[in-house]
Design a protein around this ligand. Structure first.
Ligand code: PMP
Length: 409
């Protein structure tokens, strides 16, 4: 059935074999897309076709298969480049995911640019993967981490942001979309303001790239990280975009094969970008399959996806709002993908466990954002997160399920 956004959800669902599954004898209602998305058949086929037909280690062999696998991996890099609007494939580094992208960034950026007395500005709504890597490097290099506070509605306190930016700030590293609150942060404003003071900005795009059209150059981001598995691609593959001018000044993250130009026992020179940052055998099959996931998403259209998911999100907020005792965590007007809530003083994991028995998969807990839980003085939330294959009826099932579960307390 078509909706206002011309997304044919019934047909789209047929592309995702797992959505036909039952759990505990109930049809699966999958509302845990912020944790990971399901895979369309074309991505599953792409992985098995690549292993069946072209598997060989990349970049090293002169033989046919190795060349073909290398060409496919590099075509995937070009596809990622165009998907996020980067200027050059030299700026696209394949990683294991957002976590590895930010660890690479924190390690190499700190080594190149940070020293005692410097500051890195993050926010109070960061995932642990945009907190802990900075803490590890802060110990090593002696810089300080400053935190932009979060308001009661779950938005960044932009006045505080402006006053926290100062002559000691060397980098701003902030999430585009919160995985707990769904808040879409005013990234253009953040970047404009930081750049006006000569400060580069890194963006955690784990929760934005799957939902909203991102153009890193239009946005002005200096670094942008995301995970393949959250955008209908396989696990184990992700991307770090970085501006060439900065990447060139940063040392390698790991040493090994492929990242070198020449190795002697006296010393080693490094390969060009992006290979300098891709030590060892990369997950080339993952890159190729990520590229097919991006084609799939492109085929539907990110504008349509964003429009439809925004309707789903508004409907969820409206329907869930009818539940007695519900408290939403995150009420930003600009939001996407995620609705987080508590019901009375019922522990979120009790709600999640009982919903699971009804076939409804939601996430509960701190969502790898413990400082944000502390900010709201809560142990965790129940989080429903959406993809374009979810339906309004999935949300009705969630609301009915919740009514039943709450009735048990
Ligand atoms: N940042 C955000 C905002 C996220 O939602 C996640 C995943 N939950 C990550 C980073 C980490 O992503 P990954 O586990 O794929 O490395």
């Amino acid at each position: 059935m078509m909706n206002d956004f011309m997304i044919d959800v019934d047909n789209i669902r047929k592309d995702f074999p797992i959505l036909g599954r039952e759990v505990y004898g109930k049809p699966l209602v999958y509302l845990d897309n912020a944790a990971t998305t399901q895979k369309p058949q074309c991505v599953i086929d792409c992985i098995s076709d690549a292993y069946r037909n072209v598997n060989a280690n990349v970049h090293r062999g002169i033989h046919f298969l190795s060349q073909e696998a290398t060409d496919m991996m590099e075509a995937a890099r070009e596809n990622v480049r165009s998907f996020i609007g980067a200027g050059s494939t030299e700026e696209i580094i394949f990683t294991r995911g957002t976590t590895e992208s930010i660890n690479l960034l924190a390690s190499s950026f700190s080594a190149a640019f940070l020293k005692e007395g410097d500051e890195v500005l993050i926010s109070g709504m960061e995932h642990h993967s945009n907190i802990v890597p900075w803490q590890i490097q802060a110990r090593r290099y002696g810089f300080r981490i400053k935190v932009v506070p979060v308001t009661d509605t779950g938005e960044l306190d932009m006045n505080a942001f402006h006053s926290l930016l100062n002559v000691r700030t060397r980098l701003v590293s902030i999430t585009h979309v919160s995985n707990v609150l769904g808040t879409v942060n005013p990234m253009s404003e953040i970047i404009r303001e930081a750049h006006s003071k000569g400060i580069p900005v890194a963006v955690d795009g784990a929760q934005s790239v799957p939902h909203i059209s991102v153009d890193v150059r239009e946005l002005g981001a200096d670094f942008y990280a995301f995970s393949g598995h959250k955008i209908y691609g396989p696990t184990g593959i992700g991307v770090l975009y970085g501006r060439k001018e900065l990447l060139e000044k940063m040392p390698p993250y790991q040493g090994g094969g492929e990242m070198i130009r020449r190795v002697t026992f006296e010393g080693t020179t490094y390969n060009d970008l992006p290979f300098k940052f891709e030590a060892g055998t990369p997950d080339y099959i993952g890159s190729i399959a990520l590229s097919s996931a991006l084609d799939y998403v492109r085929g539907i259209g990110l504008d349509k996806i964003a429009g439809y998911e925004s309707e789903l999100c508004s409907y969820a907020v409206r329907r869930l709002g009818e539940i007695q005792g519900i408290r939403f965590i995150g009420k930003a007007p600009e939001r996407c993908g995620v609705v987080s809530f508590m019901v009375r003083d019922i522990h979120p994991s009790d709600i999640g466990t009982l919903l699971d028995r009804l076939g409804i998969a939601v996430r509960t807990g701190h969502h790898c954002a413990e400082p944000l839980m502390d900010r709201f003085s809560i142990p965790g939330t129940v989080r429903a997160s959406f993809a374009f294959y979810n339906t309004f009826s999935d949300i009705d099932t969630l609301v009915n399920g919740l009514e039943r579960v709450i009735g048990m307390f």
